[in-house]
Ligand binder design. Structure first.
Ligand SMILES: Nc1ncnc2c1ncn2[C@@H]1O[C@H](COP(=O)(O)OP(=O)(O)O)[C@@H](O)[C@H]1O
Ligand SMILES: [Mg+2]
Length: 108
């Protein structure tokens, strides 16, 4: 899942930029969660495309895109009772945030 997101980030910053990974503990209405953020400084995702990026086989890549990566990420996250969301500002940055239950607590 993380490889999919990092490779998407690297694809996005092909012309230069950075991809950063951050992890932190968060509290979601009293439930301890782990948040993992993958941020890139690429071109961003136009708002009209945002609702489609998790669809299987949706890709904007003319070469080497399968459009399967984010659909698989979403399936993996859901299988672990997590959530994935995206924030993107065209021309600035894109951040995918994954939230997962903290292992050993509600992850049983
Ligand atoms: N970090 C990103 N920056 C800009 N666009 C992105 C990013 N991640 C995903 N996308 C968009 O979402 C589409 C679907 O991504 P994905 O499911 O991983 O398929 P693929 O990488 O094979 O195109 C990409 O083609 C691209 O348009
Ligand atoms: Mg991909």
């Amino acid at each position: 899942m993380l490889i999919n997101l990092v490779v998407n980030g690297i694809d996005a910053v092909r012309a230069g930029g950075s991809v950063a990974l951050t992890a932190r503990r968060v509290n979601d209405a009293g439930r301890p969660r782990i948040a993992i953020l993958v941020t890139d400084t690429g071109p961003g995702i136009p708002p009209d495309l945002l609702p489609r990026i998790f669809e299987p086989f949706f890709t904007t890549k003319s070469e080497g895109g399968t459009g399967r990566g984010l659909a698989i990420c979403r399936d993996i996250v859901r299988a672990h009772e997590g959530q994935i969301q995206v924030d993107s500002k065209v021309g600035t940055a894109t951040t995918f945030t994954i939230q997962l239950p903290e292992a050993g607590r509600d992850a049983r």
